[in-house]
Ligand binder design. Structure first.
Ligand SMILES: Nc1nc2c(ncn2[C@@H]2O[C@H](COP(=O)(O)OP(=O)(O)OP(=O)(O)O)[C@@H](O)[C@H]2O)c(=O)[nH]1
Ligand SMILES: [Mg+2]
Length: 326
């Protein structure tokens, strides 16, 4: 039995072990654990604490771990408390997860002001996303100033991470002009900052050119609500040599200040909460279907009937959903 009042107080006091315990409850496969976690989150919601949520994405090898280590350490050195979480489609990754590169984040993982948590292992990205949102809420209640949410650029994960972030940064590698086409337009559209990493040594000139190419591409894109005139912005950094990281932070702060002043920040958080709620309802209904043997059997029957063309998808779905209304 978990004493929620005690756990909740410990989390509010910033007790890392309590935080880790609560995360374990959230990630648990057991329904009673998750119910406890739900009550806990509800109890913590009144803290009203907010962190700056920064989403960070980039293809494998672009330098995410190196960047997070250096950037996170820079922030903790300023006295900020930093949590690092990951949203990863588990199938797409084995060795590269945050857990695997605790060595790459050695300095940060030893830092008492930092908290690093790998992506929960789940097959469904949707499941990982739900857990991560809850963990973000826990970290906010625990008083973290910054929550960094990392994802490797695979499929939907950037959209999911940007949907739970206040600021979204895309890390890219220096490359020739043709490579620009490789970054999907949709990703460019959700990025607040495009950070060209590895701007050092032999790659420095290429990085500068790459940054100019992206800046050009961004100028051709539609103006977004919530952006000051000079955003989205392109910056060059070297995560390895730790140059340009202070500018990344300054720009994030400038963007945040602007969005708070204009009310965009609040509106976006409100929208995110609403779509989070809808997602929970949707997932809850699916779980209810899966938990009901009759509904599950009907799902199987209807899936078959729809695939052979015997039933239309709409009618088949209505019939299955009607079972939940009994
Ligand atoms: N020259 C240079 N190399 C870098 C820089 N940042 C990272 N690297 C190197 O790039 C390689 C990949 O870096 P990681 O930080 O592991 O990249 P990642 O994006 O976390 O990769 P995955 O976890 O596999 O997705 C390592 O060999 C790093 O040392 C940089 O700023 N400059
Ligand atoms: Mg990594």
């Amino acid at each position: 039995m978990t004493d929620i009042a005690t756990l909740s107080k410990a989390i509010l006091d910033g007790d890392r072990r309590a935080l880790a315990r609560a995360i374990t409850l959230i990630e648990s496969g057991r329904a009673d654990h998750r119910a406890t976690a739900g009550t806990l989150l509800e109890a913590l919601a009144s803290s009203g604490r907010q962190a700056l949520r920064i989403g960070l994405s980039g293809t494998p090898g672009v330098g995410k771990s190196t960047f997070i280590e250096a950037f996170g350490y820079m922030l903790t050195a300023q006295g900020k408390r930093v949590a690092v979480l990951a949203v990863d489609p588990s199938s797409a990754r084995s060795g590269g997860s945050i857990l695997g590169d605790k060595t790459r984040m050695e300095r940060l993982s030893r830092d008492p002001r930092a908290f690093i948590r790998p992506s929960p292992s789940q097959t469904h990205l949707g499941g990982v996303a739900r857990r991560t949102r809850d963990v973000v809420a826990l970290c906010e209640a625990a008083g973290f100033d910054v929550v960094l949410i990392e994802t490797v650029g695979v499929g939907q994960s950037e959209t999911i991470v940007s949907g739970m972030s206040d600021v979204f940064a895309l890390l890219i590698a220096p490359a020739g002009g043709d490579e620009l086409q490789g970054v999907k337009r949709g990703i460019m559209e959700i990025a607040d900052l495009i950070v060209v990493n590895k701007a050092d040594g032999e790659l420095k000139d290429t990085a500068t050119r790459t940054a100019a190419d992206y800046a050009g591409a961004l100028r051709l894109m539609r103006k977004r609500e919530g952006d000051p005139d000079d955003f989205p912005k392109v910056l060059t950094v070297s995560a390895l040599r730790e140059t340009g990281l202070d500018t990344v932070w300054t720009e994030i702060e400038a963007l945040t200040a602007f969005r708070k002043e204009t009310g965009f920040w609040e509106r976006r958080r409100a929208q995110q909460a609403a779509s989070w709620f809808e997602d929970e309802v949707r997932q809850g209904l699916l779980a209810q279907l899966a938990a009901d043997p009759k509904a599950e059997a009907a799902m199987a029957t209807m899936r078959e009937a729809v695939s052979t063309g015997a039933r239309t998808p709409g009618a088949a779905a209505s019939e299955v959903l009607a079972l939940l209304r009994r």
